[in-house]
Design a protein around this ligand. Structure first.
Ligand code: NAP
Length: 297
C-alpha cells in the first residue's frame, strides 16, 4: 500500500486531508502534528522520515501568521525555510515525493494580469519572503518536488477569512473591507483533490524525478470586499459591508494589489477545472451550518 505523510496535522489544510482521506483508500495515511514532527527540529525530521519511510510527504506545516511574522522573522524562516530544507533532504534520502505549499504572495509584482508560474517573484514582508525561500529549498534539496502556490485559503476548519467574517457578523452591523486587493479564494477541499490527482499521476507515471511549480486556486476572481459580501449574502447576515482602500486598513505586512494566479498550467493536467469560489463558499457555509442543505440543492 502507498504511504502518505501529512505534516502540520492541526492546520486547516491538513485537517481537510484527514477529512477526505477515506476517499483515497489505496493509501496508508499518517498525520503528524507539530509535536510529532516539528519543522524547527532538523534531527527529529530526519529520524521520523527515515522511520516512517513515506512514499509521499504532503507538507501542510507552515508559519502562517502573515502580520505576526514581521515581529518573529527567525521563527517564520525556521519553519518556512530551514524546516522545509530539512524535510526536502529527508524526502530525498527516501526517494519520497515532496508536495509543498506556497503562496500567491511570492509574486507581488505590478503586472496586473494573471500571474504565471514563470513570472517574476518579488515577495515583500517576512512571511512572503520566508515562503519564497522555502520554495527554493524544496526544489533544490529534493529531486521529487511539486510546489503548489495557493491563495486566500478557507475551510470550515481553523482560522480563515470566512470564519472571521462570520464571527464579526455576530457583533457588528457594519463592516469595512478592503476592495483594492484582488485575488482568488481557494477552498481546502479543492487543494486536496487537485493534490491527490497530481500524486496519482506521479505514481502512475513511474515515480520519476521532478521539479515543478503549479498555481492552484478556485476559479473566479474577487476582492476581499467581494468575498465578504458573498459570505454575508449566502449566510443571510444582516450586515452592511462597506468597501475601503487598503491604505485605510494598515497591516504590518505588505499585501499585493493584484495576485490573481493563472491556472492554465494546472488546468492542462487536472481532469476538471476547479469550481468557482462561490460554489466552494456555499459548501463551506453549509458545513458550518450557516446554510441549510435544502438551500444548496
Ligand atoms: N491560509 C492561507 O490563506 C494561505 C494562503 C496561501 C498559501 N497558504 C499555504 O498553505 C499551507 C497550509 O496553510 P493552512 O491555511 O492550512 O495553515 P494553518 O491552518 O495555519 O496550518 C499550519 C499548521 O502548521 C503548524 N505548524 C506551525 N509551526 C510548525 C512547526 N514548527 N512544525 C510543524 N508544524 C507547525 C501549525 O500549528 P500551530 O497552529 O499550532 O502553530 C498549523 O497546525 C501553508 O504552506 C500556507 O503557507 C495558506
Amino acid at each position: 500500500m502507498k504511504s502518505i505523510l501529512v505534516t502540520g496535522a492541526g492546520g486547516q489544510l491538513a485537517r481537510t486531508f484527514k477529512q477526505l482521506s477515506g476517499q483515497y483508500p489505496d493509501y496508508q495515511w499518517r498525520f503528524a502534528n507539530k509535536v510529532e514532527l516539528d519543522l524547527t527540529d532538523e534531527d527529529q525530521i530526519a529520524k521520523k522520515i527515515a522511520e516512517w519511510a513515506p512514499e509521499v510527504v504532503i507538507n501542510c506545516a507552515a508559519y502562517t501568521a502573515v502580520d505576526d511574522a514581521e515581529k518573529n522573522p527567525e521563527l517564520a524562516y525556521a519553519v518556512n525555510s530551514s524546516g522545509v530544507k530539512a524535510l526536502a533532504e529527508a524526502c530525498d534520502e527516501q526517494s519520497a515525493l515532496l508536495i509543498h505549499y506556497s503562496t500567491d504572495y511570492v509574486y507581488h509584482n505590478d503586472l496586473n494580469r494573471p500571474l504565471t508560474e514563470e513570472g517574476p517573484c518579488q515577495p515583500k514582508g517576512v512571511y512572503a519572503c520566508s515562503k519564497w525561500a522555502g520554495e527554493q529549498q524544496a526544489l533544490r534539496f529534493s529531486s521529487r518536488t511539486m510546489v503548489l502556490r495557493t491563495s486566500w485559503v478557507f475551510s470550515s476548519f481553523g482560522k480563515n477569512f470566512v470564519k472571521t467574517m462570520l464571527r464579526l457578523s455576530e457583533k457588528m452591523e457594519r463592516l469595512t473591507v478592503v476592495d483594492d486587493q484582488i485575488g482568488a479564494p481557494t477552498a481546502t477541499d479543492v487543494i486536496v483533490r487537485a493534490t491527490m490527482e497530481l500524486v496519482e499521476n506521479y505514481i502512475d507515471g513511474g515515480r520519476k524525478e521532478l521539479s515543478e511549480i503549479y498555481n492552484l486556486s478556485n476559479s473566479g476572481v474577487a476582492s476581499w470586499y467581494d468575498f465578504a459580501c458573498a459570505v454575508m449574502e449566502l449566510a443571510e447576515k444582516d450586515v452592511k459591508v462597506v468597501p475601503i482602500p487598503g491604505k485605510d486598513f494598515p497591516q504590518a505586512a505588505p499585501r499585493p494589489h493584484y495576485s490573481l494566479m493563472s491556472m492554465e498550467k494546472i488546468k492542462g493536467i487536472l481532469k476538471e477545472e476547479p469550481p468557482h469560489w462561490r460554489t466552494s463558499l456555499k459548501k463551506c457555509l453549509t458545513e458550518l451550518g450557516e446554510i441549510s442543505k435544502t438551500q444548496t440543492n
